[in-house]
Design a protein. Structure first.
Length: 212
């Protein structure tokens, strides 16, 4: 027996620098990777470029043939170095709660792999309805089909929302400036402005008459 769809809005959220500030832990993981491999890595610079898939950063530091092993080592080091230092960004818990308050579903759709994403969510006590990992830009579209909106901090997240046909909401808490995020439907300083925006979007969606 299949469950009935949620009566409220489905809203997707990016993870890194949208819901969580994972930069300190990711920088720590890169430093550990550098120590393990002997490859010099500017950990702070790497942590400032969050958004694209991990392999996009690894090719800056490792020969192409060594990238798969570097990714595997990084992911093995990640739980011990990246989880504890990570914190929720301002408004993150309230943003997820706002979706739930309308009877909706909060989804995390991220380029981070799903097991690592779930480690962060569980550690921070942020309960969401589904997690889809290893997705980037337009590749997130399928996971967002039927969503009212997708919230992210990167221009790739705006492209994701466009590919899914949902409202693109950008937060200027990541590597992209408000000007760079200007193609989004709405640009917020951070998630503290999300609950009233969601309420307005949902009221407008409810007032749309099919076929009208």
């Amino acid at each position: 027996m299949t469950s009935s769809p949620a009566p409220g809005p489905r809203v997707g959220f990016d993870l890194d620098m949208t819901l969580i500030d994972s930069r300190p832990g990711i920088a720590a993981t890169y430093r550990a990777l550098s120590a393990r491999t002997g490859v010099a890595i500017d950990a702070d610079a790497a942590a400032s470029r969050l958004g694209p898939p991990l392999v996009h950063e690894m090719v800056r530091w490792f020969p192409e043939a060594d990238v798969p092993a570097a990714v595997a080592t990084y992911r093995a080091l990640y739980p011990d170095h990246a989880i504890a230092p990570t914190r929720l960004l301002p408004g993150a818990a309230a943003a997820v709660a706002a979706v739930r308050a309308l009877g909706g579903q909060a989804l995390v759709v991220t380029a981070k792999n799903e097991p690592m994403a779930r480690l962060h969510l569980n550690h921070l006590g942020l309960a969401v309805d589904a997690v889809a990992g290893d997705l980037w830009a337009e590749g997130k579209g399928a996971a967002l089909r039927g969503a009212l909106a997708y919230v992210g901090d990167h221009v790739g997240d705006v492209r994701a929302a466009r590919s899914a046909g949902c409202v693109a909401i950008a937060v200027a808490t990541g590597p992209c400036t408000p000007a760079e995020l200007g193609a989004a439907d709405h640009v917020l300083a951070d998630l503290t402005g999300f609950p009233p925006l969601l309420s307005a979007l949902w009221r407008a969606a409810e007032n749309v008459v099919p076929g009208g």
